[in-house]
Design a binder for this molecule. Structure first.
Ligand code: GLA
Length: 391
């Protein structure tokens, strides 16, 4: 992944917007990769993501108008939005992410001023590495400072999620925004999505590296399939609660409890969905313990089990993700491989011995392409910091 040169970004900004006596500042928010704990966040369960060292850069400068000038350096898109009490949605454009964030600032009575803004991204869009949360949090982090709004980072994370749920209309959980906002270099975040209690668990230097493999499969209808899974989980909880136990969420039911109650779920598909969520939350806790005990082999085994559960019970993988994972697991030196993010395409994450990285990229790349016709892309993931100001 190409590292961005900040001087170059500022130059590109000035070339486009011209010179002014106001100072230019640069903010950054990363993408994220989830190591384990998929489709558990909206069930108030556990997740274990980390921030990447690539993401979205926002270069900005105050202008003397009532307008927010948005420009993407990556697409041919620019627009001018007048600051009003209620922004309107701009079709399916990426500018809805910053506008959704700024809408929440307005609701909190933060006074906005006109700015010239230029966004640069180096996360592949739509690849399941949270490019949208990255745009939300870079905007939230920047305007928090520019408008002296004094929100805490956790408040900014919640603002990012509200932007997505209310303005954009995607009913996501809190994981992506939390990882992007609260990430720390060389650590993964063990997060309880109900209470937001969290622990940063160091990823120590080892012979194993995290490789992200992008299926490059165009993803379609993800939002509707995602929302369908959410409502299936609600049904599962309702059925379990008919037995009278008054559970608040699926994510906190322990496996033994679930085993004794599962016959209350009469629909086989709903039962599968619930079994994934309950077993996945248990796997997250065991994976965190394994990492703390430096037991990467167990960690990798739990990653494999997570993928298999997402394939068999949650049915969110699909041919491309399964092919990528199957080919990865055949390479000597791979100790775990799973899909990451919402699924239905996007990326996998694999734990690979450093001596096997070249073979991995050559062999998995070749066989995946043969079997699916899509050309994949591979990145050795570096774990970076959450949203911050650079200049
Ligand atoms: C997407 C959502 C997250 C989470 C994952 C699945 O990335 O934005 O909130 O639900 O899918 O784990």
């Amino acid at each position: 992944m190409e590292i961005m040169d900040i001087n170059q970004l500022q130059k590109q900004f000035r070339d486009f917007y011209g010179d002014s006596s106001e100072s230019i500042r640069v903010y950054f928010a990363p993408g994220r990769v989830n190591l384990i704990g998929e489709h558990t966040d909206y069930n108030d369960g556990y997740v274990f993501p980390c921030a990447l060292d690539y993401g979205t850069y926002l270069v900005l400068r105050r202008n003397n108008s009532d307008n927010l000038q948005f420009k993407s350096a990556d697409f041919d898109y620019e627009t001018s939005v007048k600051i009003v009490n209620q922004f309107s949605k701009h079709g399916e454009e990426w500018v809805n992410y910053p506008l959704g964030v700024l809408q929440e600032f307005i609701k909190e009575d933060i006074e906005l001023h006109g700015y010239d803004l230029m966004y640069f991204g180096n996360i592949p869009l739509g690849s399941g590495l949270s490019s949208s949360a990255s745009i939300e949090l870079v905007t939230a982090r920047a305007f928090n400072e520019e408008c002296s709004a004094n929100f805490t980072m956790v408040e900014l994370v919640k603002i990012g999620q509200l932007a997505e749920n209310k303005f954009v209309g995607m009913n996501c959980g809190i994981m992506d925004q939390f990882a992007v906002g609260m990430g720390q270099k060389n650590a993964a975040i063990f997060l309880d999505c109900e209470t937001l209690d969290h622990e940063l668990v160091p990823i120590k230097k080892s012979d194993y590296k995290l490789i992200i493999s992008n299926t490059n499969k165009p993803r379609k209808l993800i939002d509707s399939k995602y929302n369908e899974r959410r409502s299936e989980c609600e049904k599962a909880l309702e059925m379990l609660n008919r037995a009278g136990d008054g559970f608040k969420n699926l994510g906190k039911i322990d496996w033994h409890e679930f085993e004794s109650l599962q016959n209350n779920i009469t629909d086989p598909v709903i039962l599968q969905r619930a079994r994934h969520v309950v077993s996945e939350c248990s796997r997250v806790k065991r994976a965190v313990d394994a990492l703390k005990a430096d037991d990467l082999i167990l960690f990798g085994k739990l990653m494999n089990e997570s993928h298999d559960s997402l394939r068999e019970d949650y049915e969110v993988t699909g041919m491309e993700l399964d092919t990528m994972v199957n080919e990865a697991r055949k390479v000597d030196g791979v100790i775990g491989s799973r899909m990451t993010g919402a699924g239905f395409g996007g990326c996998t994450v694999s734990l690979v011995h450093e001596d096997a990285i070249d073979t991995f990229i050559e062999q998995v790349g070749r066989l995946y392409k043969q079997e699916t016709t899509f050309t994949p892309a591979f990145y050795v993931a570096e774990i970076g910091d959450g949203a911050k100001r650079l200049v």
